[in-house]
Design a protein around this ligand. Structure first.
Ligand code: PGA
Length: 254
């Protein structure tokens, strides 16, 4: 049985005041839905505050990216070990915004993933196709390429130490979500890629869906057999929306 995970990716939004109110809401949501793992991914300077405000609760905190380097002359970078020391337990790796706007290659992403594992963080590897790729029938080829870059680096056991997130780029921040059928198909494909290497890792691996998840579409997406949670961007900045998404991930409803 895979425990559902609902993660709020705040991206570059929020300040200390919003952090305080979202932590409060997350604590309440996690308290009412203990079967669901609740994770907050604030901007890095709010990480310590979020860790403090959720200490001794079921809410988990993580970061949105980490360096591919452990240390050195890399101005502006933050290593996985420093994030772990600051209280992070998870880290996003390969979010499409990192790939698109900051030039993160499959290679760099694989190294970030490896660094995260090495530092004791749980990496959440984001994969997903662009609109053009979907329209040209290349969805599975793209997912396979993105996944195998990391598999080559850390092996199937390394994938088993993390979480996958399917995030079709055309659905991120656009208000356009994948249909439950599209999501299920991509998730099943990803799981089959892992199953071909290790059936039991595939069976226990959590695969989150991300891309315009809102309170009003979360339930139908989370009901899909291979959808084990949600990676929520915009809607995670609203305490009410995020709380409803956590509620929709309750296994009894799924
Ligand atoms: P969105 O973002 O929910 O705003 O589409 C999801 C994500 O980028 O993780």
């Amino acid at each position: 049985m895979r425990r559902p995970l609902v993660a709020g990716n705040w991206k570059l939004h929020g300040d200390r005041a919003l952090c305080a109110s979202l932590c409060l809401a997350a604590r309440a949501a996690a308290g009412s839905h203990p079967a669901v793992e609740v994770l907050l991914l604030p901007p890095v300077t709010l990480l310590g505050l979020a860790v403090e405000l959720t200490a001794h609760t079921a809410v988990r905190v993580g970061a949105q990216t980490c360096s591919a380097h452990a240390q050195g002359a890399y101005t502006g970078e933050v290593s996985a070990a420093l994030l772990r020391e600051a209280g992070a337990e998870y880290v996003l790796v390969g979010h499409s915004e990192r790939r698109q706007y900051f030039g993160a290659s499959d290679e760099v992403i694989a190294e970030q993933y490896r660094r995260a594992l090495e530092a004791g963080l749980i990496p959440i590897l984001c994969v997903g196709e662009g609109l053009d790729e979907r329209e040209h029938g290349r969805t599975e080829a793209v997912l396979e390429r993105q996944l195998s870059a990391v598999l080559e680096r850390v092996g199937v056991n390394g994938i088993g130490g993390g979480v996958l997130a399917y995030e079709p780029v055309w659905a991120i921040g656009t208000g356009r979500t994948a249909s439950p059928q599209q999501a299920q198909q991509a998730h099943a494909f990803l799981r089959s890629q892992i199953a071909a290497r290790d059936a039991s890792i595939a069976d226990s691996l959590r695969i989150l869906y991300g891309g315009s998840v809102k309170a009003n579409n979360a339930a139908e997406l989370l009901q899909c057999t291979d959808v084990d949670g949600a990676l929520v961007g915009g809607a995670s900045l609203s305490a009410a929306e995020f709380t409803q998404i956590v509620a929709a991930a309750e296994p009894s409803l799924a």
